[in-house]
Each structure stands twice: as structure tokens, then as C-alpha cells.
Write a protein that binds this ligand. Sequence first.
Ligand code: SF4
Length: 178
Amino acid sequence: MELTEQIILLAKEIGFETVAVMDPKTIELREEVRAMCAEGKCNAYGRNWTCPPACGDLEHCRSVVAKYRKGIIVQTVGQLEDSLDYESMMEAGKTHKERFRSLAEKTREFCPDALCLGAGGCTVCKTCSYPEPCRFPEKAFSSMEGYGMLVSDVCAANHVLYYHGPDTVTYVGCCLLT
Ligand code: SF4
């Protein structure tokens, strides 16, 4: 079985609501997204090895992404009671993190140089060791946003629905393969 098909199967088994093929050539890395990270609203900017500026400047990220020829995109879609249902939002985010951690670990077994990008900074450790050396570089992964991707645009460019209707929340990740 071809590698992309194997990873797709794996992602479906893990339980993502959406699993689709993506073309790394559709990815644009944007200064505006990095500027949003720099606002520090999620408290990860300059505090986590997988987030800016530690994950590298945009030029570095572009040179990394340019190495990949294939990829898959995955989504966790959570159902909310209403638009203020913060608890369900957090729960879906936690589910996505767990699913994506499992996907990244298994994908790297098949393809050690895969680039796995989740949603939000790495949370393998309760508190990131930054600026001291990363404790688990083999488990850590950056986010699509941290690399400068506008997630909704990446979905649209790959014909993947991002908005799943009122009172839903969508978390996205991708694995790029050589
Ligand atoms: S594995 Fe731990 S130290 Fe390394 S980036 Fe993730 S949270 Fe930080």
C-alpha cells in the first residue's frame, strides 16, 4: 500500500471526522499569521520550542515545506450547545491534540522525516522547557499557524470544508510527506 494511503487509513482509525489528501504546493506561509502569533494571545510566543520565533523564521519554514511532495489534512469537528459553549470547544481541542499526537507518532514511524503540524503549540510537557533544550524533540510538533498557514485557506485550497455549520468548532492538522 502506498504511504499516503497508509497514513489516511491510520488517521481514519484514530477517529478524525475529516481525512483528505492535500498538496503541499497549495500552502502559503504568511507574515500576517506570524504577526498574530507575535501578539502572544495564546501565551506560547517566545515560550515554546515549536512556536515562533523558536520554530524558525518564515524563510526557514518555507524552505522546510518546499521539501514535501505529498500530504494529508485532518480535522476534529466538535459540536457545541451554542456559540458560547467554551467547555465543548476546549474538549474538542483536547481530543484533537490527543488524536494528532497519536497520528504524528505513527506517521513518523512510517516516515521519519514527515512534517506533522497540529493546532496550537506543543503540549507534550506541562510547561515547555524553552529556552532550555527540548525534553522530547522526537514527540514535539509545531502548529500550522506557527508555520504561518491560514488554516481555512489551506483547507479551501485542498477542497476541504472548514466551516461545518452553526455551533461547531473545527481543529485542523496536517502531515507532509516526501
Ligand atoms: S516536548 Fe516539551 S520541551 Fe519540547 S517543545 Fe514540547 S512542550 Fe516544549
